[in-house]
Design a protein around this ligand. Structure first.
Ligand code: BGC
Length: 743
């Protein structure tokens, strides 16, 4: 019997192609082992050393003689060296002049595009469209690899609930499920089916873990997180990406519960590597190994390198601590040969998987570089992605879309004629001033008879109103004002925390002045985080959130303004009413004294006495030029066992006049559990396209894993009791049904 099972299993494995994958993996492992056995101590350490090329993306690192170090096998990878010619020149030294001819890796922050720039991650998160994201990440990988880059430090999967932190722009918002879906899409897009293909690139999930919880939203500050939140909210995206085969991970700069992540043996070595079986590379963040000194956990570079290596950080990005200290640490027996070999094995494994030993010049093809980068089809995809990433926040009396035959349009504001800020804060090799501005996009869209007027109004951070008069006069001459306001790209991203997240400078006053002309105003927002735009929400009749949309920003914005694209984005993050509400998020817990919202509210409730509890715009929110009606929510069963599935259905109808895309959102609420539980948690979403008058039945399968929680013993369980199912157009406007889990 046993033999029969074995034979059958062998047959199944062989027929599915699994056998060849297993064989290829085994082959790589034996090649790595063989190479490792030939390496000197110096050469091994070299594989763990990473230095930066010409550009610096952090504080000044070590100054080095790259060619001579590469020749000696003392560098294993670089970041910030790009372009076929540059990467080839140094790769040539590695594979033709070093003793063991080990090829180099070239890393870069390919966050939302290489040279064709796509919308920033917070914007693509607003699309709720993982397929689209996967597609544009494929393009990013194609462009970057065509330019010699083999390693993208992306995606950032830090679930973020504090918009003061500038890096919210780099992630996929406040929700674990949405972030996880987007993270998986990026990993699939970048790494493809096989790293050995010339257009796939090593991905890197970062910054492990809970970085977004920096206290008070202040960059690089300390992080405190409960065990429950860590496992429920912050770890799942990393775990999912590891299970999906992501090739590398970057521990965060920050400390978590008093242990800097670069020295966090429990989270990096024990959990990530041992428990989860991650076999890729853990690369430190920029200079983070040496920063263990100011963190106050190491007294010198020697101890920094010891702590980081012992924690399981394989590569030291730019600090030089491994380069200088590891030889002595090995000699002193502070780091064992086994630890060193494990780290080197991880680096070599990825180099083999990328096909670099077979052909170190695989990514150095000049004609491919010319053809691939900034191609028309890539720009077309960027425009499509930008269209899908905008969120229509307000549209009183269907002010939008505008007719292309309108007589006079005033395009006003500090970002209206801007070709650089739309590229966003992490625009890799995006060419300065290369984005299509909103002004240009509008000019190119309107009919020949339309006059497009422009006035700047103010600069982004101005504190004077010198240019207001000209702007107001321009508005008076027009039938409509498009006011393009917001942040500059460098006001979000790394090292860009803000305590006041309103429109910067005098931009709110500019909006007021334009509003006072009586000419209808459409606010087009460009920003890298939710803003506290309370006045704007109350007075400006139409508001379009565009984030930073990349190369084709102006064209895509014009597509929405004139109705060539019906906006379909939904907020991946809550907009607070004011900074005092932060952190504010949709999946909050009730407390023992929830707000009753009664006519005569009670004093002793969980609320503020001066501001509402509710946000300006909730998670999942976004309007369309049409309307969608939700009806007939039904469950296939009203009672299930803890290990059973059930299905929920809802009918969605386009009740408006134009075709549109809707994102149908599924939330679940555990009514009574052994631990306090959020009011609702996102567990699924589906995008549907509907013509006017048409309906679709949308179906979700609810699985036991959707009902699980960590109980008081931190065990994942499904607890019996009643669960509410909510389905709707955002996290607030939902239809509900309920079912019971019975033992
Ligand atoms: C950032 C990382 C980035 C690295 C390399 C650091 O400052 O925190 O996200 O990958 O620089 O540029």
């Amino acid at each position: 019997m046993l033999r029969l099972v074995t034979v059958l299993l062998t047959l199944i494995i062989a027929s599915t192609g699994l056998a060849s994958t297993i064989k290829a993996k085994e082959l790589i492992e034996s090649k790595v082992e063989n190479l490792l056995s030939k390496m000197t101590l110096e050469e091994k350490i070299g594989q763990l050393v990473q230095y930066s090329g010409t550009e610096l993306t952090g504080p000044q690192g070590q100054s080095i003689n790259a060619a001579s170090l590469v020749k000696k096998g003392k560098i294993g990878s670089f970041l910030n060296i790009t372009g076929v010619e540059n990467t080839e020149a140094i790769q040539k030294i590695a594979v033709e002049q070093s003793r063991l001819k080990i090829p180099l890796l070239f890393g870069l922050d390919v966050i939302h595009g290489y040279k064709t720039i796509f919308p920033v991650p917070l914007a693509t998160a607003s699309s709720w469209d993982p397929q689209m994201l996967e597609k544009i990440e494929q393009i990013s990988a194609d462009e970057a690899t065509a330019s010699g880059v083999t390693w993208a430090f992306s995606p950032m999967v830090n679930v973020a609930r504090d918009p003061r932190w500038g890096r919210v722009v780099e992630g996929y918002g406040e929700d674990t499920y949405l972030t996880t879906q987007m993270a998986l899409a990026v990993v699939r897009g970048l790494q493809g089916d096989s790293l050995a293909n010339k257009n796939t690139i090593l991905a890197c999930i970062k910054h492990y873990v809970a970085y977004a919880l920096v206290q008070a939203g202040r960059e690089y500050w300390t992080v405190t997180v409960s065990e429950r939140d860590l496992w429920t909210i912050y770890m799942p995206a990393y775990k999912a990406a590891v299970d999906a085969g992501v090739g590398s991970i970057m521990p965060a700069f920050t400390s978590v519960n008093a242990v800097p992540m670069t020295a966090n043996k429990k989270l990096v070595h024990d959990i990530l590597k041992e428990e989860w079986g991650f076999n890729g590379i853990a690369v430190s963040d920029w200079n983070a190994v040496l920063e263990l000194i100011p963190h106050g956990v190491a007294k010198d570079a020697y101890q920094c390198a010891e702590l980081a290596m012992d924690a399981g950080v394989d590569i030291d990005m730019v600090s030089g601590a491994y380069d200088y200290q590891l030889p002595k640490l090995i000699k002193d027996n502070k780091i064992t040969m086994k630890q060193l070999d494990d780290a080197v094995t991880r680096v070599l494994r990825k180099k083999f998987e990328l096909g670099l030993f077979k052909n170190p010049y695989l990514y150095n093809d000049l004609s491919r570089e010319k053809e691939t980068i900034l191609s028309n089809s890539n720009l077309k995809e960027s425009r499509k992605a930008a269209q899908r990433s905008m969120v229509l926040l307000k549209n009183n009396n269907n002010l939008l879309p505008l007719s292309k035959r309108i007589k006079r349009i005033a395009v006003i504001g500090p970002l209206a004629d801007d070709k650089n800020n739309p590229l966003g804060p992490w625009s890799a090799k995006g060419v300065h001033n290369s984005a299509i501005s909103v002004l240009q996009g509008i000019k190119d869209s309107v009919s020949a008879g339309t006059q497009v007027l422009y006035a700047k109004g103010c600069n982004i951070n101005d504190h004077n109103k010198k240019m207001f008069e000209a702007a107001v006069n321009t508005a008076y001459k027009s039938d409509i004002v498009i006011a393009v306001v917001g942040e500059s790209a460098d006001m979000s991203g790394e090292a860009a925390s803000r305590a006041d997240i309103d429109l910067p400078g005098v931009q709110k006053d500019l909006l007021k002045a334009l509003y006072n002309t009586g000419v209808p105003v459409v606010a087009v927002l460009m920003n890298g985080r939710p803003l506290t735009i309370n006045w704007t929400k109350n007075y400006i009749p139409a508001i379009l959130e565009t984030w930073f949309l990349g190369s084709e920003a102006g064209n895509a914005i014009a597509d929405v303004i004139f109705g060539d694209y019906n906006p379909s984005g939904k907020l991946p993050i809550t907009f607070p009413y004011c900074v005092g509400q932060i952190p504010i998020y949709y999946n909050y817990k009730q407390s023992g004294r929830p707000e009753t919202l009664a006519n005569a509210p009670l004093k002793y409730e969980s609320k503020y006495i001066d501001i509402p509890n509710t946000p300006l715009f909730p998670f999942g929110y976004g309007l369309s030029y049409t309307t969608f009606d939700y009806s007939n929510i039904t469950l296939t069963k009203d009672k299930i066992k803890p290990n059973e599935n059930l299905t929920v259905k809802i009918e969605v109808t386009n009740t408006g006049k134009v075709k549109g895309i809707e994102t149908v959102q599924l939330y679940i609420h555990d009514r009574v559990a052994s631990v306090t539980h959020p009011v609702k948690v996102l567990k699924g979403f589906k995008k549907i396209f509907l013509k006017p008058g048409n309906s679709k039945i949308v179906t979700f399968k609810i699985k036991p894993s959707d009902l699980e929680l960590y109980n008081q013993e931190m065990k994942k369980v499904v607890e019996p009791g009643i669960f509410d199912v909510y389905i709707g157009t955002n996290s607030v406007d939902v239809k509900s049904a309920s079912f019971e889990v019975v033992e």
